[in-house]
Design a protein around this ligand. Structure first.
Ligand code: ADP
Ligand code: ASP
Ligand code: MG
Length: 408
């Protein structure tokens, strides 16, 4: 019997009516002869609401207690999905992350899955039940509830699909697949029928939140076939698969944008060995992931160092930067929360020249200034003012996708 893992996002379970609709979809998969494991997110807006509650009590909530609170959204959702299934006569059971158990490390609010014990799930599947599992959550080896970072239900689903050796992992969401740019911003964005893990990983890490990055990493590592599709119709969506030669013909597969970063600048840092090491060691020790780093050319023995971090880490990063400048004797720390990172992604960049020039020209034509640039084999990212983010995405989409034909 084929085994499918179906993941439903927040909008898909956003109301009782939608939960009924989801239950019908699940029943259909059962009636078609599949064993089904369901992973559900919290109802739309619920995780934001719970985080806001913690913020009312504390500027920087204790991460363990935050996980305790925020993980409840998914528990409500799985109970409701299971109830809706029972109403349709489907044999089912809901399980939280710790009931499975899904074992994670103990880095609260951004934990990583270490192991999934599949025995209980297999037992229930063998009893003919649909197993409805809470996404986004797990339990640390010390027995504390953890969460996997925003959008983490995707990772729960793909990790479960890998552990259970599922035939497919279906990610049901509120758009019909992965598009060449966020369809809410670019009207002419096109659905991508097939995309490589590598391209999807880049797009996810560069702001295309349709899939959480770690879910795609899991998919790539364990070869999970992932199908991203709409929960509102039966259309084929986007398949995420191994790369093949055909894919390199497309230079730019998609445009991503990210508004969630802040830039921190250390002004007039003494230009001597060990300064960068001290700063980035201090950030690393507090589990802060640094994205872009720019160090200006030195003037009279001093230089500026800028870096970007996720906004949720910006307060702490600023605090650390201030401590470091006191030790190294720099002039000050500046912070800018109104920045955006715009990226073009495609396997074809490996073998085509000229993508960077074309990107910079397109931004220049709109008068958009670039603060920092970073590249990899298959992507180019530019840091710009947040107010130009949508304009930049549309402009680049036009240049590379609407008017582009695979050649630059
Ligand atoms: P879910 O709650 O189902 O997990 P998310 O809100 O996390 O859904 O992800 C779906 C959203 O991702 C879409 O509504 C869309 O606005 C956004 N998105 C951003 N970039 C893309 C893209 N390239 N293709 C599709 N959707 C994208
Ligand atoms: N409910 C969590 C969030 O909003 C996890 C998810 O939706 O994937 O981030
Ligand atoms: Mg999501």
């Amino acid at each position: 019997m084929p085994l499918v893992v179906q993941k439903y996002g927040g909008t898909s379970v956003g109301s009782i009516e939608r939960i009924r609709n989801v239950a019908k979809k699940i029943k259909k998969a059962v009636d078609e002869g599949n064993k089904v494991v369901v992973v559900s997110s919290a109802m739309t807006g619920e995780t934001d609401r719970l985080i806001a509650l913690t913020k009312e009590l504390s500027n920087r909530p204790d991460p363990r207690e935050q996980d305790m609170i925020v993980s409840t959204g998914e528990q409500v959702a799985i109970g409701l999905v299971a109830l809706a299934l029972k109403e349709l006569g489907v044999n089912t059971i809901s399980l939280t992350g710790w009931q499975v158990p899904i074992i994670t490390d103990n880095v609260h609010t951004k934990a990583r899955i270490k192991k999934i014990d599949k025995h209980r799930i297999m037992k229930h599947l063998d009893e003919g039940k649909v197993v409805v599992i809470a996404g986004f959550q797990g339990i640390s080896e010390g027995g504390d509830i953890t969460t996997l970072g925003r959008g983490g239900s995707d990772t729960s689903a793909v990790a479960l699909a890998a552990a259970l050796n599922a035939d497919v992992c279906e990610i049901y969401t509120d758009v019909p697949g992965v598009f060449t740019a966020d369809p809410r911003i670019v009207e002419n964005a096109k659905k991508i029928p097939v995309i490589s893990y590598e391209e999807m990983m880049e797009m996810a890490s560069l702001g295309s939140k349709v899939m959480q990055i770690r879910s795609v990493e899991f998919g790539a590592k364990y070869g999970v076939k992932i199908h991203v599709r709409s929960s509102f119709n039966d259309e084929e969506g986007t398949w995420i698969v191994e790369e093949n030669e055909e894919m390199e013909k497309v230079v730019v597969r998609g445009i991503s944008h990210e508004l969630k970063e802040s830039r921190i600048t250390l002004v007039r840092v003494p230009d001597k060995p060990g300064v960068a090491a001290k700063l980035f060691r201090a950030l690393g020790d507090r589990n802060i992931v640094v994205d872009m780093i720019v160090q200006n050319v030195s003037h009279e023995g001093h230089t500026d160092i800028s870096f970007t971090v996720n906004k949720v880490d910006a307060d702490l990063a600023e605090e650390i930067a201030k401590k470091v400048i006191a030790e190294i004797g720099a002039a000050g720390v500046e912070r800018n929360d109104k920045i955006a990172k715009i990226s073009v992604v495609g396997l074809g960049m490996k073998t085509h020249a000229g993508t960077a020039a074309k990107m910079f020209e397109a931004l220049y034509k709109e008068g958009i200034n670039i603060y920092a640039i970073s590249t990899s084999e298959i992507k180019i990212s530019c840091l710009i003012d947040e107010k130009y983010a949508e304009l930049a995405v549309r402009t680049l989409h036009e240049a590379f996708i609407e008017n582009g034909e695979g050649e630059v």
